[in-house]
Design a binder for this molecule. Structure first.
Ligand SMILES: [Zn+2]
Length: 464
């Protein structure tokens, strides 16, 4: 069996991944709070952990791997969005507007993530379907002295859990100094965090031993993971921005409730995403939702390739240049593998790269080698392991029924001759013909690249 190595945030080490049960490998990844469209940074963990899911299925068998990614559908941001709709004159009660908003956002999310070539997880639990389990866990924590009720709230007592801060590597003092900690009279320690809070008549709420209220964000994941996977499971993933406080708090609650050996064995975090070298922000105008990116004409497959070309533990920069290069590569690979059945297994070198802490850029380098040696069936099987070259994702590339390499070679030869004769008329004529056919012509010392744009018309090449 292939040995997988993963970097574990909890130990700060890369080590051999040993599932608790090779017949039941379980991975939980924090999903979105559903109040708005997913932005392109939100897509990174989805793509990263989709590749890990595919690798685990490859190694342990499809039926032996289970993946859960939740929806946080109870949250103050959701309430605020619905309240502003109501204020703007939307019909219905606040509760109906909240329901409408979360249903709509979940549908968008699934649609966008499928467009990027991701497989739906085995479980997509909605927090509001697990309120009983959250109340139960809170009661257990109170019973064990790790939580306390005060003024309609339930709070986790950070002082009661000795390893608090270990996952994210912070001391409690640092956290108080650096975090925007909400100081409240009912808290024993300013770092104590909310497991349950009261709801007013307008806000969604559920009956509980502490009055009508709603769960805190962190307890949602702890309770859902426990319900779906039991007290121990293998991998917990998410973006690095969730390591503190969200994952730190999940870990503290779960281990305080169920023991030091419980909860995730391996913690994995992907680094963040920038756009054209800058942090994404609405004020810089470089803030895109996944939908906006797709609407700009980037195909989901091209976008996925760009994400995978950076290792998940490195910051990723979305650039238009990378997308164009990804597009050119994928067009070549699609042309090469068109109509060819994938090999029965992915190439060993590609699997080995992924098994080394999900080295996706290394895997892509191996795919290039398979392509340049013409191993189309193996290329296709291996690309599929990364979620690339999927049959239903290729519409964008349909215009390229033509292999452009012969045209590239021709222009390259003509240019070489012109360098000697100093007569560039034929070079210019060919370049113009290619441009007229909707191709971008890139000439460098290394050679010539022809890149098909969205207006590419292969028929115009026939005269050449
Ligand atoms: Zn979570």
């Amino acid at each position: 069996m292939t040995e997988i190595k993963l970097y574990n945030t909890a130990t700060r080490k890369k080590g051999v991944f040993t599932p608790l049960d090779t017949n039941d490998v379980r991975m939980y990844v924090c999903g979105p709070t559903v109040y708005d469209r997913a932005h392109i940074g939100n897509a990174r963990p989805v793509i990263v952990f989709d590749v890990l899911y595919r690798l685990l299925r490859e190694v342990y068998g499809i039926e032996h791997v289970k993946y859960a990614r939740n929806f946080t559908d109870v949250d103050d941001k959701i309430n605020a969005t619905a309240a502003s709709r109501k204020a703007a004159g939307a019909k219905g009660t606040l509760e109906e507007l909240i329901q409408e908003r979360t249903d709509e956002t979940i549908a968008w999310y699934l649609d966008d993530m499928r467009s990027l070539g991701n497989i739906d997880p085995d479980f997509a639990p909605r927090a509001t379907e697990f309120i009983d389990q959250m109340i139960e866990m809170n009661s257990e924590l109170i019973g064990k002295g790790h939580a306390y009720a005060a003024e309609g709230h339930v709070l986790f007592a950070v002082d009661s859990y000795k390893n608090y801060g270990a996952l994210s590597g912070r001391s409690v003092d640092d956290m108080i100094a650096g975090a925007r900690v909400e100081v409240a009279p009912y808290k024993r320690n300013p770092m104590d965090f909310v497991l349950w809070k009261p709801s007013d008549a307008e806000t969604p709420g559920w009956e509980s031993p502490w009055g009508r209220g709603r769960p805190g964000w962190h307890i949602e994941c702890s309770a859902m993971a426990r319900e779906l996977f039991g007290e121990r499971f293998d991998i917990h993933g998410g973006g690095l921005d969730l390591a503190f406080p969200h994952h730190e708090n999940e870990l503290a609650q779960s281990k305080a409730c169920c023991g030091d050996e419980s909860f995730a064995q391996v913690w994995m975090h992907n680094e963040m995403l920038q756009v054209e070298g800058k942090k994404m922000s609405k004020s810089l105008g470089n803030f895109f939702s996944v939908r906006e990116l797709l609407d700009q004409g980037y195909s989901g497959e091209v976008a996925r390739f760009v994400y995978l070309s950076t290792h998940y533990r490195k910051p990723m920069d979305w650039t238009d240049k990378k997308a164009r290069e990804a597009e050119a590569t994928l067009r070549k690979w699609r042309a090469l593998s068109a109509g060819i059945e994938p090999a029965s297994r992915a190439g060993a070198s590609v699997v080995a790269a992924l098994a080394d802490d999900l080295n996706t850029p290394g895997a892509i380098a191996e795919l290039h080698k398979l392509a340049s040696s013409g191993k189309a069936a193996e290329l296709k099987a291996s690309a599929l392991l990364l979620g690339l070259l999927q049959d239903d994702m290729g519409d964008w590339a349909d215009v390229v029924a033509v292999d452009l390499s012969a045209f590239e070679a021709k222009l390259s030869d003509v240019r070489d001759a012109a360098m000697v004769s100093k007569d560039f008329a034929e070079v210019d004529r060919l370049k113009k013909a290619f441009t007229d056919a909707g191709l971008e012509v890139r000439m460098s010392k290394q050679g010539v690249d022809l890149i098909a744009g969205s207006n590419f018309d292969p028929a115009k090449l026939e005269a050449l």
